[in-house]
Design a protein around this ligand. Structure first.
Ligand code: HEC
Ligand code: HEC
Length: 283
């Protein structure tokens, strides 16, 4: 099994050795003002992994792509923040409410992105930010939920993430979330698909290597939602997970379902200490 996975990864990786392109040492300062934490010490729970330092996916992108994220006028993701703002103020549903009716200005969401997914005591479940947004829509507005990985959801997530820009990710992994976190960890290390590759085979064992035409990062989610040049739109965490699972030629899990929720909690915790970057820019 292990041998097969190694063969699969070896076949995918372009000229190992030669292609070992180190992530760069640039500093991300947004609008010449906000300095971001894009490299930091690994959290305690990762001390037994091969990862020696956490790095934002930004370090693995080209100078041109990096520059787009450093200026809000150039960041194509910011248009979607404006759309999210319009949604924030729009009354929808049977209760006559908008988000603003209860939460006033989006700045009331400062700090929220940094701690999700998190435990919701009343519901007795781990909630992703997307789940919480939809809970507010259905329970507090009497409105239809947004499609889990759809454009409106991504816009709203971008607006909320922006309020925490620069703050370090700080998701809890113990207490009531511990079981779900363990489940997410197991998924992260499980080899799937015809290629028999786990998330870790690519994002832990091979970050820094070139895979096909791509510079492999640590697969962090501190930059989500992410504007991708490839599809020219904002991409949500679960849509990205789905794409990566499909790349191993495996059946994927349902976006918004329990498996990806657990995986999101675990992957988020692998970024504890990195700045919230959403909306980031990637290729
Ligand atoms: C009728 C009032 C009401 C409306 C309308 C409403 N919410 Fe909420 N929302 C709440 C309450 C109550 C909570 C839970 C208590 C808290 O965390 O402040 C909450 C919590 C949240 C949280 C989690 C905050 C945290 O600290 O964990 C987010 C995110 C959120 N709402 C987003 C939205 C969005 C986006 C909309 C519009 C689509 C919306 N809400 C509409 C009442 C509302
Ligand atoms: C075959 C190798 C491979 C596997 C296996 C894989 N990925 Fe990826 N992933 C990639 C590539 C290539 C990219 C794009 C370049 C990059 O950002 O690393 C990527 C990107 C990502 C990103 C975006 C990072 C950013 O900064 O925007 C996330 C998040 C991610 N992967 C998570 C996962 C998770 C979770 C799993 C397991 C379910 C997984 N990946 C499995 C190859 C893989």
């Amino acid at each position: 099994m292990k041998f097969k996975a190694l063969t699969a990864i070896a076949a995918l990786i372009v000229a190992p050795g030669l292609a070992m392109a180190d992530p760069d040492d640039d500093t991300m300062i947004i609008n010449g003002e906000v300095e971001m934490i894009t490299k930091t010490a690994v959290p305690e729970h990762m001390s037994d992994t091969a990862v020696s330092e956490l790095m934002s996916g930004w370090h693995f992108r080209s100078d041109e792509t990096q520059a787009l994220q450093m200026d809000d006028f150039d960041n194509p993701g910011m248009i979607f923040v404006d759309e999210g703002m319009a949604q924030w103020e729009t009354v929808e549903g049977t209760e006559g409410n908008s988000c603003a009716s209860c939460h006033e200005d989006p700045s009331s969401m400062k700090g929220v992105r940094a701690v999700y997914p998190k435990w919701n005591e009343d519901a007795g479940e781990v909630r992703t930010l997307a789940m919480q947004i939809n809970a507010c829509r259905t329970e507090n507005m009497g409105a239809e939920p947004y499609k889990y990985t759809g454009g409106e959801m991504a816009n709203m997530e971008a607006l909320i993430a922006l309020q925490s820009r620069g703050m370090p990710i700080n998701v809890a992994i113990d207490g009531p979330v511990a079981d779900v976190w363990e489940q997410g960890k197991e998924l992260y290390y499980t080899r799937t698909g015809q290629l028999e590759l786990s998330c870790a085979n690519c994002h832990e064992d091979n970050y820094g290597n070139m895979i096909r035409a791509d510079h492999l990062s640590q697969g962090q989610i501190n930059g989500f939602p992410t504007y991708r040049l490839k599809n020219a739109k904002l991409n949500t965490v679960h849509a990205r997970f789905k794409g990566c699972v499909r790349d191993t030629r495996a059946e994927t899990f349902k976006p918004g379902g329990p498996e990806f929720t657990a995986l999101e909690l675990y992957v988020a915790s692998r970024g504890n200490g990195l700045s919230v970057e959403g909306p980031s820019v990637r290729n």
